[in-house]
Design a protein around this ligand. Structure first.
Ligand code: NAD
Length: 335
């Protein structure tokens, strides 16, 4: 691991960022964004990004569950640390129950280590990526009218252990911020999607999974959807998510705050959108599968009020880019 240059920083005004989870979907895109903004970036992950070269100035491979490793990578008071590393995936990963202990243990260990070490080293600002999965199941039973306002998080009743770990870690970051000088920013992401995300690893989410199924199926064929497809969700394109993250990080608002889209759609509706993008007419077969809550939508009132931010592009625009990228992966993998 190369040491970051320290001489002349103050003169040049250069900012240093550490991105944990830089080999993952959002982390790898965030590295590219921070580089474009002029940051010197150190990325950390168990693995390199799968689909393109990292743009990070340094990329360190290692396990953030190990406190000694965390101490090595937080070797200076970074201006900004983005903690995105987590053991996570889509419904097929977090709602089956099979990965519950790993999800809770691994992600909690990463957060316990990182927040404490960043605090000790005097990091200026730390971003934590929480999730819409912290919201209580009892407020998301009606697919047409879910309640995901920030203050509705309590009394807590997330629908997965993944959500419970996120809620615990949110509280831990806020406790560190109250008891120390660490400045934290917390976002609750709602289904972020786009090119270069998991699409066939078992960790993919609905947009990528539907794009893959449609791309793999010849016109007139059949695809499977978990459940009756009437469950609702909203999906935020990666570039919009990065705008929200950077806006939150530059603000004086701690959060937790939703970063998501409020363009709610049923899974059947999303499948129809992908078919229309692909120019295919396919039959949907509904099968049993892990589902999560019945309805979910981002409530953007708080972020609009505090940060003046809201997504700008319709879902279809991001889905077009994601479909074309996924279709290319399918073609490459069958070549
Ligand atoms: P991702 O799985 O693509 O990225 C997470 C990265 O963390 C992976 O590259 C993984 O290798 C790395 N990681 C896991 N364990 C590690 C360890 N012990 N040491 C080092 N690295 C480790 O996920 P993503 O979609 O990019 O999500 C990023 C963050 O945002 C996660 O914290 C996730 O929970 C949160 N989030 C994402 C979404 C979404 O829709 N993508 C929604 C809500 C919250």
């Amino acid at each position: 691991m190369g040491l970051l240059r320290k001489e002349g920083d103050a003169v040049s005004g250069r900012k240093y960022a550490l991105v944990c989870g830089a080999g993952g979907f959002i982390g790898s895109h965030l590295v590219t964004r921070l580089k474009a903004e002029g940051f010197h970036v150190r990325g950390v992950d168990l693995k390199y990004p799968e689909f393109s070269e990292t743009r990070a100035d340094e990329f360190v491979i290692g396990d953030l569950r190990d406190p000694a490793f965390c101490r090595r990578i937080v070797d200076r008071p970074f201006h900004e640390v983005y903690q995105l590393a987590a053991d996570m995936g889509g419904a097929g990963f977090i709602f089956t129950g099979e990965h519950d202990s790993e999800v809770m243990h691994n992600s909690a260990m990463i957060n316990l280590n990182m927040v404490d070490i960043c605090c000790q080293v005097g990091v200026e600002r730390m971003f934590y990526s929480s999730s819409a999965c912290i919201y209580p199941e009892y407020n998301q039973l009606d697919p047409d009218n879910p309640n995901c306002a920030e203050e509705s998080a309590y009394p807590a009743a997330p629908d997965s252990e993944y959500g419970w770990e996120k809620l615990f870690s949110e509280r831990m970051y806020m406790a560190y911020s109250r008891n120390n000088d660490l400045c934290v920013r917390i976002a609750r992401f709602h289904n972020i999607f786009g090119p270069e995300g998991a699409w066939n690893s078992g960790r993919e989410k609905a947009p990528a999974a539907l794009c893959r199924k449609v791309a793999e199926t010849p016109d007139g064929g059949e695809i499977e959807i978990w459940g009756d497809g009437k469950q609702t969700r909203s999906f935020l394109y990666i570039d919009e998510c990065l705008d929200g993250i950077r806006r939150l990080m530059d603000s004086d608002f701690v959060g937790p705050v939703n970063i998501g889209s409020d363009e709610m759609i049923t899974i059947n509706g999303l499948a129809g959108m992908v078919m229309s993008i692909a120019g295919k007419s396919l039959t949907i077969r509904h099968v049993e599968g892990p589902l999560g809550v019945r309805g979910r939508n981002s409530d953007n009132r708080l972020i609009e009020e505090r940060l003046g931010w809201r997504p700008t592009a319709p879902l279809r625009q991001g889905m077009e880019k994601t479909y074309h990228w996924t279709e290319q992966q399918v073609l490459n993998s069958s070549a």
